[in-house]
Design a protein around this ligand. Structure first.
Ligand code: ADP
Ligand code: ASP
Ligand code: MG
Length: 402
């Protein structure tokens, strides 16, 4: 057997008992192959706590300094887990992102991995050491610390699995697989035996944060065998793999994303080039625009509404307000009390009734839709945040209980 990459999330390493539990899972793997690489997250709520600490000092710190701070969480876990394995008598070494040679771009707090130097890990694996790597972090070309965005340890694990040509990448977490909806919200959600890369990528991007969306993108690109499993129960999890192997279910899951804000630019001059100007300004500001809706023009003006991640709202409003005259717009309206609720399934491309069924569920629950967007394998609606949980329940029941 070749290399195994295992990743353990924050709640799986939250205290000493849990660290020893994880050590047990690692030893199980080490007994099968002595080529084990483990990626870990910061313990429990450590990353949130670090963000709070930063706010106490400065409400608008530079992203560079945030990354220096946030990367410390994972460094605590790698050392503690290594100490546990040392105590149990196993050869182990912990490595931070820069020691491994995880090179990223310079987009602090949302950096992308560009290259991994496998030399150091391979030399430790040659010595039959268990290698414990800090997730979520890397260095840019100036040797400055970067982090990969919230939930990014999954991406570290998949990137390492790809670079090391691992046999499998196991993502251990506090649920025992990927479900048809967040099992914390929908008690009777169904566990998926397998899910395609494309479906998982949509689910993850649309708010099912059981996997970091970049990790799924990488797994697809490098054909990494990925499995989501429980850290606590020794049972089969969910396999993420290529489409053909997956049983085609019309809808595979319902996802919800609360990190959304809606913005309307009102009274824009109804002439060519205005949409271009608007979205070029936002692109230059590194704002990810999602659903876009343009109203039909009236009296030589039109309105353009769109969504952005809620944490980009302030930056977006600043850009728009600085450019009101260029856009020839009269007003900017916005709300961050909105949610995006989506259904995902590769089977829906050829089935026109799926969107109607989703809208029927929302109608029956008397939930109003603000915006709609569709692709071949998903339908998303923007609704008021206060209705989001009810919407997920109604839609899930419509597709999975009837
Ligand atoms: P970790 O700390 O292990 O990375 P996360 O909190 O990032 O764990 O991801 C696991 C959580 O993802 C679960 O506790 C669950 O609430 C949530 N989740 C959201 N959608 C789904 C889904 N469709 N299937 C399983 N879990 C989901
Ligand atoms: N510790 C980081 C976070 O909380 C990375 C991760 O857990 O994957 O977002
Ligand atoms: Mg996670």
């Amino acid at each position: 057997m070749g290399v195994i990459v295992q990743k353990f999330g924050g709640s799986s390493v939250a205290d000493a008992d849990k660290i020893f539990n994880v050590a047990g899972r690692i030893i199980d793997a080490y007994k099968k192959t002595d080529q084990v690489v483990v990626v870990v997250s910061a313990q429990g709520d450590t990353t949130d706590d670090l963000i709070e600490k930063a706010k106490e000092i400065n409400t608008n710190p530079s992203k560079r300094e945030m990354d220096v701070l946030l990367s410390t969480g994972e460094q605590i876990t790698i050392s503690l887990l290594s100490m546990a394995l040392e105590k149990l008598g196993y050869p182990v070494i912990s490595l931070t992102g820069w020691q491994v040679g995880i090179q990223t771009d310079s987009n602090n707090m949302a950096a992308r991995i560009k290259k991994i130097d496998t030399q150091r890990i391979n030399s430790e694996l040659d010595k039959k050491k268990i290698v414990i790597v800090a997730g979520f972090q890397g260095i840019n070309r100036y040797n400055d610390i970067t982090t990969l965005g919230r939930g990014g340890s999954d991406t570290t694990a998949v990137a390492l699995a790809a670079a090391l040509h691992a046999d499998i990448c196991e993502i251990y977490t506090d649920v025992d697989g990927v479900y048809t909806a967040d099992p914390r919200i929908i008690k009777n959600a169904l566990k998926l035996k397998d899910v395609s890369y494309d479906e998982m990528l949509e689910l993850a991007s649309l708010g099912a944060n059981v996997l970091h969306n970049r990790s799924v993108e990488l797994a697809k690109k490098y054909n990494v065998d990925l499995e989501v499993k429980s850290s606590f129960e020794k049972i089969e999890g969910t396999k993420v793999k290529e489409v053909g192997l997956v049983e085609k279910m019309l809808v595979r899951g319902v996802a919800r994303d609360n990190n959304v804000a809606r913005i309307s630019v009102v009274g824009i001059a109804d002439k060519p080039g205005k949409a271009y100007k608007l979205f070029a300004l936002l692109a230059k500001g590194q704002i990810n625009v999602d659903v876009i809706l343009q109203s039909i023009g009236r009296e030589n003006t039109k309105d353009i509404s769109f969504t952005v991640p809620a944490d980009h709202l302030d930056d977006t409003l600043k850009i728009l307000n600085d450019n009101l005259e260029v856009l020839e717009a009269t007003e900017i309206k916005y709300s961050d009390k909105v949610s995006k609720v989506s259904i995902v399934g590769a089977g829906m491309a050829s089935n026109p009734g799926v969107a109607a069924k989703m809208f029927e569920a929302l109608y029956e629950a008397q939930i109003n839709i603000n915006m709609i967007s569709t692709s071949e394998i998903k339908v998303s609606v923007l609704i008021d945040e206060e209705n989001a949980e009810r919407a997920v329940k109604a839609i899930h029941a419509k597709f999975f209980d009837e």
